[in-house]
Design a protein around this ligand. Structure first.
Ligand SMILES: O=C(O)CCC(=O)C(=O)O
Length: 282
């Protein structure tokens, strides 16, 4: 098993549940990041939920990436084995019902059969049920199998097919103070309710990946095949995320299936040979 965290309790929690929660930023870091956000938010602040990768403004994306990297990289690295900072984003909920974020998984960034990559989600304000805290589906990093990438695969229909029993049993709501990080495996399902407060909820989200791992991006082409591109940080700051990759090297084309394998999940019924024989005997 690949080791992500130096702390063995963190490592165990990550392996078992898919996430770990711990304090990361101090008041000074939080103020610095909030000020950097305020200074550039005019470049990208649509209504509802918005995240830096959805901006087409490359200058803005570099500014966000650099601001987050400068503030967090040294602190973040102290928790990890040999890892590097890949890309940093602001993830923001403007006040209002339309800022809900439905269940989803993040893109795959590395070869997950060998390595584990981590998203570090850290709010700059205290978060609760009212202003858009993060919710996760514990163990989904184990029970959801398959690749994720652009333009939109798998899609929301796939994630929405997770049974109500599974959702009820495994959902964890993370009400946490500003500066606390939720470090989650990129395979972990997560979601968040709308921000019904009066204040914009700003959080940062950055990816940490094993230094030894190559970075990949997966793109579903018009034939429903998955194209695997080897990419670098620049790719994430320059690529329009709804379009075919414009940089990187195509290394393979993969047939991919996404499955939900929670023990409690009811699987779609298939007619086995035994079913059919029983039918004919009646
Ligand atoms: O910030 C949020 O509420 C959700 C963030 C999220 O889903 C993500 O960064 O992938």
């Amino acid at each position: 098993m690949f080791t992500t965290f130096k702390n063995s309790d963190f490592q165990q929690q990550l392996e078992e549940n898919g996430f770990v929660v711990f304090p990361l930023l101090n008041q000074e870091d939080i103020a610095q990041l909030q000020n950097r956000y305020n200074a550039i938010k005019h470049l990208f602040s649509p209504k509802g939920f918005h995240a830096t990768p959805y901006s087409d403004n490359i200058t803005y994306k570099w500014q966000v990436h650099n601001a987050i990297k400068e503030t967090v990289v040294e602190k973040a690295k102290t928790y990890f084995t040999d890892h590097r900072f890949l890309v940093g984003n602001f993830v923001v909920k403007e006040p209002g019902e339309e800022s809900r974020m439905p269940m989803h998984q993040d893109w795959a960034f590395v070869d997950e059969s060998q390595y584990c990559s981590i998203s570090m989600w850290c709010p700059l304000v205290d978060v609760n049920e009212h202003n858009g805290h993060l919710q996760v589906l514990s163990k989904s990093h184990i029970y959801l199998k398959g690749l994720r990438g652009t333009p939109h695969f798998p899609n929301h229909t796939f994630w929405a097919s997770i049974s109500p029993e599974v959702q009820k049993k495994y959902t964890v709501s993370l009400t946490i103070p500003a500066g606390t990080v939720v470090a989650y495996d990129h395979r972990l399902i997560h979601f968040s309710p709308p921000n019904l407060s009066q204040q914009t909820r700003v959080a940062i989200n950055f990816a940490m990946i094993p230094t030894a791992a190559k970075v990949y991006h997966y793109y579903q082409n018009n034939h429903n095949e998955i194209e695997q591109y080897e990419v670098d940080t620049e790719f994430f700051l320059t690529q329009k995320i709804t379009e075919k990759p414009q940089s990187g090297t195509l290394v393979s084309t993969i047939n991919n299936t996404n499955t939900i394998e929670y023990p409690e999940q009811k699987q779609p019924r298939t007619k086995t040979l035994l079913n059919r024989l029983m039918f004919w005997q009646k």
